[in-house]
Design a binder for this molecule. Structure first.
Ligand SMILES: Nc1ncnc2c1ncn2[C@@H]1O[C@H](COP(=O)(O)OP(=O)(O)OP(=O)(O)O)[C@@H](O)[C@H]1O
Length: 242
């Protein structure tokens, strides 16, 4: 059972605003992997993540998460999702927010201190969220997704607005979590973050341009960095479509 993929997506098509924005995506995410979802703004990363957590109306296709249909009630406390717009309440402190979300999610109370420490917010635990910096605000939001130690974490651009030191710390945390068996799907615009993943899903205009380990993608495209690999793949696709 545990050797089955954490996520299996088959021929996923999604329409938003009357327009098809995902055009038949198929991919698997192995358990315990850190998978990066990368691509330009508007290519459909958030839509894919919404489908994984079961909040996106799907036109056709199959999305299976931890052996169940995405969005099944049984997945509620097995999947953590951090959206791009923070869900934490501005007028509550960091600790108050986490106590509240821990109660809602049925997570153990002891989790509050653990997740605050994991995202490096111990020094700001009693500060109202409204007084946090943008990066701290993001991390408070990420802390909510870590409550209850979900088996799958779906994180939409968790490092946006963070300085290089904090980004490094968060990627170290992602690795630690994956080392304990958590599966992570992390979106980003930033190609240098892509190199830190086990597997990359490169997206463009609602399609998957490539799916593979960062090293394999560099090798396959004969490029030195992933930015170049991405551009190479775009040209390759444009060439084959012509
Ligand atoms: N609520 C909506 N109504 C209509 N169209 C939408 C809606 N949300 C997103 N879209 C469209 O769906 C497509 C995919 O958007 P999505 O947010 O998934 O992209 P993204 O890759 O996550 O972008 P970003 O990196 O800027 O967050 C875009 O063309 C976008 O304009």
């Amino acid at each position: 059972m545990s050797s089955s993929p954490a996520v299996s997506v088959q021929e996923l098509r999604v329409e938003r605003g009357g327009r098809e924005v995902l055009h038949g995506l198929t991919f698997d995410v192995p358990r315990g992997a850190v998978v990066g979802l990368l691509g330009p703004s508007g290519c459909g990363k958030t839509t894919v993540m919404r489908a994984l957590v079961g909040v996106q109306l799907v036109k056709s296709g199959q999305v299976t998460v931890l052996g169940e249909d995405a969005g099944s009630p049984g997945l509620r406390d097995r999947v953590g999702y951090a959206t791009q717009s923070p869900a934490v309440y501005a007028d509550l402190t960091v600790a108050e927010n986490l106590r509240y979300f821990a109660a809602v999610l049925g997570a153990p109370r002891g989790d509050v201190d653990r997740v605050i420490a994991q995202v490096g917010l111990a020094g700001a635990r009693d500060q109202p969220v409204a007084t946090l910096s943008g990066g701290q605000h993001n991390r408070a939001n990420l802390a909510v997704a870590l409550l209850g130690s979900p088996e799958l974490l779906v994180l939409d651009e968790p490092t946006v607005g963070l300085d290089p030191v904090l980004r490094e710390e968060l990627w170290t945390l992602f690795r630690t979590l994956a080392g304990r068996g958590t599966t992570l799907v992390v979106s980003s615009h930033v190609m240098d973050e892509a190199a830190r993943t086990d597997r990359l899903l490169l997206m463009r205009e609602g399609r998957l341009l490539a799916d593979g380990a960062p090293g394999d993608l560099r090798e396959r495209t004969g490029t030195a960095d992933l930015e170049q690999a991405f551009l190479h793949l775009i040209n390759e696709t444009a060439g084959s479509a012509a």
